[in-house]
Design a protein around this ligand. Structure first.
Ligand SMILES: [Zn+2]
Length: 426
């Protein structure tokens, strides 16, 4: 076992909610107002000079604005940073061809402001773990003569002890819809397993097979999207039957759909990490999808949004990769991202690049060396080879068709786990 310092967020309830909720409300409203001032400023700058300011420019510009002093300066800074991040996220989506993405909006419901999350950084809070209390700083505008901070009594889950963490970096006040809760962002020392081995595996993420894995020793695995497709079909039909897409029922269905997707991603990433640990894998090489879709816009295989009626956007792959990296890290396995460029066009056996990407019924066929491979596995193997050298020279027998006949794992609804296709009954 080795030790590693990681970031963890612990949630706590506020025990003296009644006493502090008005104060927290006013900070939450202030954060929304500042967000709107920033949002409006961005529009103005854009209209004037056709440029969207970065967060440090925005902060410099709005530092003297009177709304900036409603919150502690670090909290105000964080609001503007979130705004800039939201804009960056939007550019990313646009770059990846998501034309439905909207720029971040104003935080306003009619004349009301929602309660935005307020972040307190090191100068903005004082933690007393002995009495489970934390002081949260107000901005100079909201200070009153008797107090310039909010004193919250918090309660974490019983298994969390904030006095044992390395340090608490941030406290966030988060409105759940019913009440305020506190999130403590901490540095924590954890034990991680030693690396299971030195081997590499290539992982290709896609829309037919959500994941294709090519192991160093030659075998390959596929994880088709069967269950997500069924889920999507089921939920889309039920959502379509709702009279109003903004109705409570439609919202609940959408929440269910996304919760099930999250569950699927958690289960799959856990399963893959376990498989890698069993196989002695030390490095998972993942294709990085960002930035290549623009060039391959006409490439059917990369046309994400519409394919198979499955509404899977690039964020789903990013989210999955994050989960995978998190779980792999706990097992001492590294996740490395490499560009996916050309990985679907190259023959993983002889390295020949095809100009016309002849993929038929999911098979990649090479005229040069005669290899016939599952196209996703061929891609995964090419991704793996970007980090670890080719198999072609290390004596593995490639004539047995391993690339064409990967084992397939399906999500078994009865057990809630992934299992080889032969064993899945549901
Ligand atoms: Zn070839």
């Amino acid at each position: 076992m080795a030790k590693q310092v990681v970031t963890r967020t612990y949630t706590a309830s506020v025990r003296n909610h009644k006493q502090v909720s008005d104060d927290l409300d006013s900070l939450g409203f202030a954060a929304s107002k500042l967000w709107n001032v920033g949002r409006w400023t961005i529009s103005r700058v854009w209209d004037e000079i056709g440029y969207i300011p970065e967060h440090d420019e925005l902060t410099a510009y709005l530092k003297s604005h009177k709304r900036y002093d409603d919150l502690h300066s670090q909290s105000s800074q964080r609001v503007l940073q979130e705004l800039a991040e939201a804009f960056n996220g939007w550019y990313g989506k646009r770059r990846n061809g998501d034309t439905r993405a909207n720029p971040p909006g104003y935080r306003k419901h009619g004349d009301d402001h929602p309660r935005s999350t307020v972040t307190f950084k090191n100068k903005g809070f004082k933690l007393d773990t002995k009495y489970n209390r934390v002081r949260l700083s107000k901005g100079s505008n909201l200070k009153e003569y008797w107090s310039d901070f909010i004193l919250c009594e918090y309660e974490t889950r019983p298994d969390v002890d904030l006095s044992t963490v390395e340090n608490v970096q941030q406290v966030r006040g988060v409105w759940t819809g019913d009440e305020w809760e506190l999130h403590f962002v901490c540095k924590v020392e954890i034990e991680v397993s030693d690396t299971p081995g030195e081997k590499t595996v290539g992982l290709d993420l896609g829309i037919n097979n959500f994941a294709a894995l090519a192991y160093e020793d030659g075998h390959a695995e596929l994880y088709p999207l069967n269950c997500l497709k069924q889920d999507d079909y089921y939920f889309s039909k039920r959502i379509a039957r709702c009279d109003d897409t903004d109705s409570e029922q439609a919202t609940r269905l959408n929440q269910n759909k996304s919760a099930r997707r999250t569950h699927y991603f958690h289960t799959l990433s856990k399963h893959i990490v376990q498989r890698c640990a069993d196989e002695g894998v030390g490095t998972i090489v993942v294709g990085d999808l960002s930035g290549i879709r623009e060039d391959e816009e006409h490439d059917e295989a990369k046309n994400w949004g519409k394919h198979g009626n499955l509404d899977l956007h690039s964020w789903a792959f990013d989210r999955f990769t994050d989960l995978l990296a998190y779980k792999a890290g706990m097992e001492g396995i590294t996740v490395e991202q490499v560009s996916e460029r050309d990985t679907s066009k190259l023959c993983s056996c002889c390295g020949r690049k095809r100009d016309t990407n002849r993929v038929e019924r999911g098979l990649y066929a090479c005229d040069e060396c005669g290899t016939v491979a599952n196209a996703d596995v061929n891609g995964a193997e090419n991704i793996r080879q970007k980090v670890s050298p080719s198999l072609a020279t290390d004596g593995v027998d490639r004539s047995n068709g391993w690339l064409a006949q990967p084992s397939t794992f399906l999500f078994d609804k009865e057990t809630g786990a992934f299992a080889p296709r032969e064993q899945v009954t549901s």
